[in-house]
Design a protein around this ligand. Sequence first.
Ligand code: PHE
Length: 362
Amino acid sequence: MAADANPTPQEQLDAALLGFESALPQVSSEAELYELQVRFLGKNGAVTKLRSLMGKVPPAQRKELGQAFNRVKQAIDDGLAGRKLALAEAARERNLSRHVDLTFVPDPPRPGTLHPITQTRRELEHVFRRLGFDVVDGPHVEAELYSFDKLNIQPDHPARDMQDTFFIARPEHDPREGAPSLVLRPHTSPVQARTMLRHGAPIRIIAPGTTFRRDDDPTHSPMFHQIEGLYVDRNVTMADLKATLYRFVGAFFGEGLAVRFRPSYFPFVEPGAEFDMQCAFCFDGQLSHGCGLCKQSGWIELGGSGMVHPAVLEQCGIDPSVYTGWAFGFGIDRMAMLRHGISHLRHNFEGDLRVLEQFTSP
Ligand code: PHE
């Protein structure tokens, strides 16, 4: 035990070498090999430190100890070099045995699919085209003039706040005199004004597209989609509106679904009405008994509608004593959800492929 407690320099060298030899086979990378080298031969390495033992042995033994020290160091150097070679050889073998199949044909890239909202918009366009409507487009960044003024919404009218509009800030020193104030259009109705001013009566159009409001909660997104309808001609009545929307609901959601108006207010129509259809999802061929989608009411609200206000016709260059017209503005996102069974509005806008891949293009 005394010898253990106080090993001779030679015993310490032997112990260090033994430690190295047992660690060496476990080294499996160049980095680990370097670590091992540092552990034994580095500045504070186990063997390097034993050099100081030289001063502690009688001068007669120094030469012998020096030789023993060099032998151990050499053995470690050799061990490291040998292992390094073996690691390199193993890496080479691995590389050579790698199997590359040059005949492999990868899966062809899968074509993308149309977004369910795009699909819905196209289906809507298809249905309305067959009913004799043209499809027109309008800018997303829109003049306040068309968004509000031309639609009988006065500058101080609460409807401007009601819309929760995104106003586009003008540069502080805009050199353009009288440049129009701009907004992100809060509804598709400005396309009504643009079309009337540009083409005059008669008009039969729909205008589907993106709209923006400062709404952001689980059932409202700041970016959403609407479809506007406008029909102006001689002798156009509310009966035409109801008949057209009844045809549309039948063609788009299924024949036989009832529709209804509920009186409502929009500055650009008079009279104005909310438009509902019977819920297609709990419809038994006659009655809708209520379900989660229609909140147990049996009815689904599609949006606003009404007879174009004479003041709007006049503002937009159409003589209200000759012409009458109706208009509607419905949300597309909910229609897409109802038609495709999408459970949450957010799914429409998150770009999640797990959701989108379920809607292969027709
Ligand atoms: N623009 C209205 C809205 O966004 C909807 C609407 C359109 C109402 C046309 C009547 C006529 O709420």
